[in-house]
Write a protein that binds this ligand. Structure first.
Ligand code: 8X3
Length: 259
């Protein structure tokens, strides 16, 4: 029988990137409820401050720190605020466009690589010494099922998410023997307020079509739940990779739609 995970010591800090909405915000709420002092980072200061207030009002610990994960200088400065960190959740990122390879915008591809891969690299490099200093750290990479197989119109995003997947797999090899786990959570179809809308530059109709007829796409809370579960396993248990999809989605290209 697995040993129950001990609740984290009150000083344990969990840093969540992209905490202003969706999976990041839900993860911050759930990790705070699990006993972590959460540090919310995102570019949108007002959003993370409001969320930190909400979490504090619920009796948990939260602080907001505005941060652009692609700004390495700012990330290094952020890292100086901590002596040790228990958990880093690399969630910031997202998709831009769904054009075929033949016509995709190279700038979208670059931006996706920057936010998803370099953003994760920046935070992981800057905080790894702090995670190690905690004696039991966890790096979570929130990738995607797009990091494991491709689909038409997805190449720019798929390439970036494959990059994140490779980062997680390689880091796990490189730091084995040190007290830091590397966990990858790869969600499939998750209906959040912003993911599809951002992908389609605010086009509500195109965004709505992503989920059309799907009885129950995953919610941000479903994914936050899997992240929190993985993080709160006993320290010797490393959940390498969790693939999470709604029941209606058998693969990136096989989705059951009603009507
Ligand atoms: C989101 C999954 O199918 O839109 O990461 O690429 S998908």
């Amino acid at each position: 029988m697995a040993t129950a995970a001990a609740p984290p010591a009150p000083s344990r800090i969990a840093v969540v990137t992209g905490a202003s909405s969706g999976i990041g915000a839900a993860t911050a709420r759930q990790l705070a409820a699990a006993g972590y002092r959460v540090v919310l980072t995102a570019r949108r200061k007002d959003r993370i401050e409001a969320l930190a207030e909400e979490i504090e009002a619920a009796g948990h610990k939260a602080t907001a720190y505005p941060l652009d994960v692609t700004d390495r200088e700012a990330v290094d400065e952020f890292a100086t605020a901590f002596r040790t960190i228990g958990v880093l959740v690399n969630n910031a990122g997202g998709a831009l466009g769904a054009d075929p390879v033949a016509t995709g915008d190279p700038d979208d591809w670059r931006r996706m690589y920057e936010t998803n891969v370099i953003g994760t690299l920046n935070l992981t490099q800057a905080l790894l010494p702090k995670l190690e200093a905690s004696g039991d750290g966890t790096v979570v990479v929130v990738s995607s099922t797009a990091g494991l197989s491709t689909y038409e119109g997805g190449a720019g995003y798929v390439a970036a998410k494959h990059g994140e997947h490779v980062l997680a797999e390689t880091l796990r090899l490189e730091i084995v023997g040190r007290p830091v786990r590397v966990v990858e959570v790869a969600p499939g179809m998750v209906k959040t307020d912003e993911f599809a809308l951002t992908r389609f530059a605010g086009d509500q109709d195109r965004a709505a079509k992503v989920y059309q007829g799907v009885a129950a796409p995953l919610t941000a809370d479903d994914v936050a739940d899997t992240i929190t579960w993985a993080v709160t396993r006993p320290a010797h248990v490393n959940i390498d990779l969790l693939v999470v999809r709604p029941r209606a989605q058998a693969s990136n290209t096989k989705v059951h739609r009603e009507g």
